[in-house]
Ligand binder design. Structure first.
Ligand SMILES: [Zn+2]
Length: 551
């Protein structure tokens, strides 16, 4: 050991959750040339300290592998943060304050664009133009909701778009109206497209700025790797190629190329060509995103049995499969053979079953492979399908932040699923007990990308907005903190095909690390989601560091 060069960095006095196979603990680690050179006790690390070694005493703080996000939309999240951002706010008056301040600080913007308001803050879920007119009377305002299914606009925006009392609702949407028929300021679903052509175009520079901002924000939350859940040639792809080409992409990113539902298996040739042309630096577009269904709240998620109406009677609607299972049966085996990973979006139990069936077809045709298919969201899983995740080698890609009682769940979901199916939601413990591999992620900008906030939900299944006040959502499905941490570290590394290089703290692996401001496993230290990341390292280099790291 003395013959080795001294380490560049030594972390000591820590609670190091290594996330190795034995889930072992250590107190110190050494980093050399971007790799973990040693893991063990403080005493054992002394041999690695030389005159130029940076030695940081962590006084019992937790060190984990860098966090991952298995399903995230960083460019959308970054754009939201660049624009008028209401995501972390609640209440009409708070929203209006933010809009007013944004308008004042962006005098050159012809439009005030933003996102992140929540339906539950408005009477009947419907926002009003009059409220916005109070704070921005002179410029058009267009603000999409947190779930992206509606927009809140002011009078000026309606005028610019030519929407009046005489404008007919589009077939796929609704203009909310005042009693005299004039537009009231809410635009639902397809009605948003009446305004969108008038919005300023998002430039390539905007997209790159959004990705840069998203990356530094995600690093500040301890995130070192992610899977971008929708990469299109128009939006995400050029931004990744630009940043990765200039060496500005510090995160280790897998891109999931968007499967166009209007096309069939003939598009696979295009995907192969794009993968070859755009793999650059730390960006690898080796996954394909298949959107199987919509969401339950507006009854577009696909179910094996009908949705219920408000009186609990079957409506006959089971949602619409967005990709024909017959197409999947051809396309999935072919993509697997070409080394593409299928990344399914599946919310309803029928969507999950159709995704599992497609993987079963792929295994029948190709035998074992290492493409590591995963199904994201998995809100409702039929109990018969739980075992199939392990049997078929399908990773369960879960978004634990949604597994709680809140208005969306209690008012818009449970009544329309009925009592039995409502208990099949987000069955994380059942999946773990059945031997499934679990990876977790945020779906940011839909929800917060903070992994610690999400881990709190996985462990408690109570919203962090209602700590201590809300009942637990399906208590049997809570998982332990170590399992949640594994899903956010080695689980994401696995789904991203990076587990030989990162995802755990073991000698030889990349020094991708998150340092948390306290002992995360000490439940006397406060809620998990209140903990903060004080430093994030990628290949041993700090990509985020607060002064208190050494304070
Ligand atoms: Zn998503």
């Amino acid at each position: 050991m003395t013959s080795e060069q001294p380490a560049d960095l030594v972390l000591a006095g820590a609670r190091i959750a290594t996330l190795d196979a034995a889930r072992s603990w250590a107190t110190a680690l050494a980093v050399r040339d971007g790799r973990i050179a040693a893991v063990g006790s403080d005493a054992a690390m002394a041999a690695h300290v030389g005159p130029s070694t940076r030695l940081i005493a962590l006084r019992g703080r937790t060190v984990t592998p860098g966090f991952g996000d298995a399903h995230v939309h960083p460019i959308h999240g970054g754009l939201a943060r660049l624009r008028c951002d209401l995501h972390d706010a609640y209440g009409i008056e708070t929203y209006l304050d933010i809009v007013k301040t944004y308008a004042r600080t962006h005098p050159g913007s012809t439009w005030i664009q933003g996102s992140g308001w929540s339906m539950e803050d408005f009477p009947g879920g419907i926002p009003s133009r009059a409220d916005l007119d109070r704070v921005v009377p002179d410029r058009p305002v267009f603000l999409t909701s947190r779930d992206g299914h509606s927009a809140w606009v002011n009078t000026r925006a309606l005028e610019v778009a030519g929407i009046t009392a005489r404008t007919v609702d589009p077939s796929d949407g609704r203009i909310d109206r005042e009693s005299d028929g004039s537009p009231g300021g809410g635009l639902q679903e397809g009605a948003m497209t009446l305004v969108e052509p008038f919005l300023p175009e998002t430039s390539g520079e905007d997209l790159e700025a959004a990705l840069r901002l998203a990356q530094s924000y995600l690093h500040s939350l301890g995130i070192t790797t992610w899977q971008d859940a929708i990469v299109t040639p128009e939006t995400e792809e050029p931004a990744y190629v630009s940043l990765a080409g200039r060496g500005e992409l510090t995160a280790k990113v897998v891109g999931a190329l968007w499967w166009e539902r209007s096309r069939g298996p003939e598009q696979i040739d295009d995907l192969v060509a794009r993968r070859a042309a755009t793999s650059i630096g730390r960006y690898r577009p080796t996954s394909v995103k298949l959107m199987m269904d919509g969401v339950l709240e507006n009854h577009t998620g696909t179910l094996l049995e009908s949705y219920l109406d408000a009186r609990g009677q079957p409506t006959g609607n089971r949602g619409i499969s967005m990709i024909d299972p017959a197409v999947l049966e051809i396309a999935i085996p072919r993509m697997d053979a070409l080394g593409f990973q299928p990344h399914f979006h599946a919310i309803g139990d029928r969507a999950t079953r159709e995704a599992l069936d497609a993987v079963a077809a792929m295994r029948r045709v190709n035998g074992p492979s290492d493409t590591r298919p995963h199904i994201a969201h998995i809100q409702v899983i039929h109990p018969d399908d739980i075992e199939r995740f392990r049997e078929l080698g399908v990773v369960a890609n879960a978004q634990p932040y949604w597994a709680c009682h809140e208005a969306q769940m209690d008012q818009l979901t449970i009544p329309f699923l009925g009592a039995e199916r409502a208990t099949w939601q987000y069955p994380f413990r059942s999946l773990l007990e059945a031997g499934a591999m679990l990876a977790m992620g945020s779906d940011w900008s839909v929800s917060t990308p903070d992994p610690l906030a999400q881990m709190e939900l996985a462990v408690n299944r109570v919203s962090d907005r209602h700590r201590g006040a809300s009942p637990v959502f399906l208590a049997d499905q809570r998982i332990g903190l170590m399992d949640a941490l594994a899903a956010f570290t080695i689980g994401v590394a696995y789904v991203n095909h990076q587990d030989r290089d990162t995802g755990s703290i073991e000698v030889g692996k990349a020094a991708d690390l998150a340092v948390v401001d306290r002992d995360l496993f000490d439940r006397g230290a406060g809620a998990i989601g209140e903990a903060r990341v004080v430093a994030t390292f990628i290949d041993g280099i700090a990509v985020h560091e607060l002064p208190e790291l050494e304070g």
